[in-house]
Design a protein around this ligand. Structure first.
Ligand code: UD1
Length: 424
């Protein structure tokens, strides 16, 4: 176990290269295993979620070989439809094992995810989707048990926009017999990236990124090479951090179209943003103004950037309001931020930030990936030293986060955390 010791006061200066998208890679690794030939994913982020996914895939018979920043995935020998609970429970993206196994074997027995740090996380929309394709789905002893005599294409309107349900439907439907239509799918770039990979493998998917996705089932898929899109959440995190802490940073390897919402909100708050072809420079030498933000599905403001933006608002001038419309428990970082001197009132899905002039360092706990990085940013904005426990959460989704910040001049060190501290 490790924690970050963060010392505030340094401006951020220099350039940072964004890694491949964590959430894309989650979907792509399962999609790659649908075929029986080698699929090579290059420039993937080497975070701990990727390692967990490789273990889940291996547990069902998929060959997974790492080679530097690439991974070679071959699903020719998938035989086991029951990945072990111990692995599945670690990450939400393990639910994609169900779509993969249904597509390939017509059956899956996968542990149901529980609620987690950011709120209740049901999978009813995934289940209804599988049923629409003709699978029987029952819940037995905490497991989602899917059985089919071969999936058949069908039309499925997803009641609530869901990235996970959309991707799981695509995974199950590409090898199904006939045509599947997914209406009201998620339009997130990670969904489009997954469709691009599947099409490169020989799938017939049209309309990803629009209001309706059409999938014509194919007999089999073949090998290819694919690079995930740059991580728009990591890019947004460094952009927000620079604006909040102060500095001049060029964020490299970005797709600016994926970052419209964060560019707009940072400009509205008073940061200077210069957009290049695949880089963005952020300059900020003064106190920002508060702005209001409602999170939403793409192209709305990403819920994954809500916590970093809340930290930014905590020291901005005036009163700003964040409405979290996607998950029901994503304000847990706020209690920790209050301990650093922030003035924030929370009422159900709304947080009201009255900007303060200073934050002061304190020991704090990051309870999930985004809460963790946000508290690191808060520590860099604060006077004195902040100890952020739970570095393991940050490691799940960010590759070398501390190193990248240090290269920008931030005062951040990773140190071992004792068992007593973890228990406390
Ligand atoms: C993915 C991302 C996560 C991001 C989220 C929203 C991955 C690995 N994770 O999570 O980082 O914050 O998209 O952009 O890619 N819902 C239901 N029933 C379901 C499924 C979802 O009610 O069956 C609800 C959820 O509780 C939530 C909303 O739909 O309120 C959106 O969730 P969803 O888009 O499915 O998020 P994930 O795919 O889990």
């Amino acid at each position: 176990m490790s924690k970050f010791v963060v010392t505030g006061g340094n401006r951020l200066q220099g350039s940072v290269r964004v890694s491949g998208s964590k959430n894309s890679t989650s979907a792509l690794m399962f999609a790659a295993a649908l075929g029986k030939d080698d699929v090579i994913l290059t420039n993937i982020p080497l975070n701990s979620d990727v390692i967990t996914m490789s273990e889940i895939l291996r547990s069902i018979g998929v060959e997974v070989k790492f080679n530097g920043q690439s991974v070679i995935i071959n699903g020719a020998n998938i035989t086991n439809h029951q990945p072990p609970y111990e692995l599945v429970r670690r990450i939400r993206a393990s639910v994609y094992t169900a779509g993969l196994l249904l597509g390939r074997l017509g059956m899956a027995d996968v542990a149901m995810p529980g609620g987690d740090e950011i709120g209740t996380r049901p999978i009813d929309l995934h289940i209804r989707g599988f049923q629409t394709l003709g699978s029987e789905v029952t819940i037995e002893h905490g497991q989602m048990v899917c059985k089919s005599k071969g999936l058949k294409g069908a039309t499925y309107y997803i009641n609530k926009v869901s990235v996970g349900a959309t991707i799981n439907m695509m995974l199950a439907a590409v090898l199904a017999e006939g045509v599947t239509i997914i209406d009201n799918p998620a339009k997130e770039p990670e969904v489009v990236d997954c469709a691009i990979l599947l099409n490169s493998m020989g799938a017939k998917i049209r309309g990803a990124g629009t209001a309706s996705i059409k999938i014509e089932g194919v007999e089999s898929l073949h090998g290819c090479e694919h690079t995930p899109i740059p991580d728009r959440i990591e890019a947004g995190t460094f952009m927000i951090a620079t604006a909040a802490i102060g500095g001049d940073v060029q964020v490299n390897n970005v797709i600016t179209e994926h970052l419209r919402m964060v560019i707009s909100k940072l400009r509205e708050a008073g940061a200077e943003i210069i957009e290049g072809d695949n880089d963005i420079r952020i300059i900020c030498n003064h106190r920002l103004k508060t702005v209001d933000v409602d999170t939403g599905v793409y192209p709305g403001f990403a819920t994954d950037l809500q916590a970093p933006f809340g930290v930014l608002l905590s020291k901005a001038e005036g009163t700003g309001i964040i409405c979290e419309t996607v998950f029901d428990n994503r304000f847990r970082y706020i209690d920790e931020l209050r301990r650093m001197g922030a003035d924030i009132k929370v009422e159900r899905d709304t947080a009201i930030f009255r900007g303060v002039e200073r934050l002061s360092g304190a020991p704090v706990v990051g309870t999930d990936i985004r809460a963790g990085v946000s508290l690191v940013i808060a520590g860099l904005m604060a006077e004195g030293v902040t100890e952020v426990s739970g570095a393991c959460h940050i490691d799940r989704g960010y590759e070398n986060f501390d190193e990248k910040l240090r290269d920008l001049g931030a005062g951040i060190q990773r140190v071992a955390e004792s068992l007593e501290e973890v228990k406390a």
